[in-house]
Write a protein that binds this ligand. Structure first.
Ligand SMILES: [Fe+2]
Length: 188
């Protein structure tokens, strides 16, 4: 018998406690063309971290699963909330689960046909991202948004979808909280 202490997570902060965590930071400088106000993005501090992902060492085998957490810092680029670049899986048929940990935000999902659905993300929320659906997290709150994720190791990430189709809606700050605007109606 082999009794050991596995990695652990603080569900209230999304902080993973493990020896060999992989961390990937995404700065504003790496998000060219992602926000609607590209001029404002280009003029803001390029080394500002918009989000970072922590994950347990990646699995590579067919049938294996990955576990990670996305942390999106609060803030705006123009009137648009901080968000992840967003992706569809390279193996598009592979699904994923997200779990809200802290903060408040939105999960934007879009089918290949351009059909959009949006779910509120909050501590304890559970999100099933089906096959063939692109996804992006948006922080609509004043504090860090953290969401846990479990996805198939073979799923991979396809970011080219952004250039080819792109998300059809954007989320802007409004007097109440946020508003959803179709890309065709965004003032350039
Ligand atoms: Fe994903």
């Amino acid at each position: 018998m082999n009794l050991s202490i596995p990695p652990s997570i603080n569900y209230l902060t999304g902080r993973i406690d493990a020896e060999d965590i992989i961390r990937k930071k995404t700065t504003l400088g790496a998000l060219k063309g992602v926000f609607s106000d590209e001029t404002k993005r280009a003029r803001s501090a390029q080394d500002q971290i918009i989000y970072h992902v922590e994950m347990l060492p990646a699995q590579h085998a067919e049938g294996e699963l990955n576990f990670g957490v996305s942390h999106i810092e609060p803030g705006l680029i123009g009137d648009e909330f901080h968000m992840t670049r967003g992706h569809i899986h390279q193996r598009k048929e592979q699904a994923e689960f997200y779990f809200g940990s802290q903060g408040e935000g939105l999960l934007l999902m879009q089918t290949e046909q351009g059909e959009v659905s949006i779910e509120k993300v909050f501590p304890g929320s559970v999100h099933h991202i089906p096959s063939f659906v692109a996804h992006r997290l948006i922080n609509t709150g004043n504090t860090r948004l953290s969401a846990l994720a479990v996805w198939p190791a073979i799923a991979g990430h396809n970011y080219d979808f952004l250039d080819e189709i792109g998300f059809k809606v954007r989320i802007f700050k409004s007097s109440s909280t946020f508003k959803v605007v179709h890309v065709d109606e965004v003032d350039q």
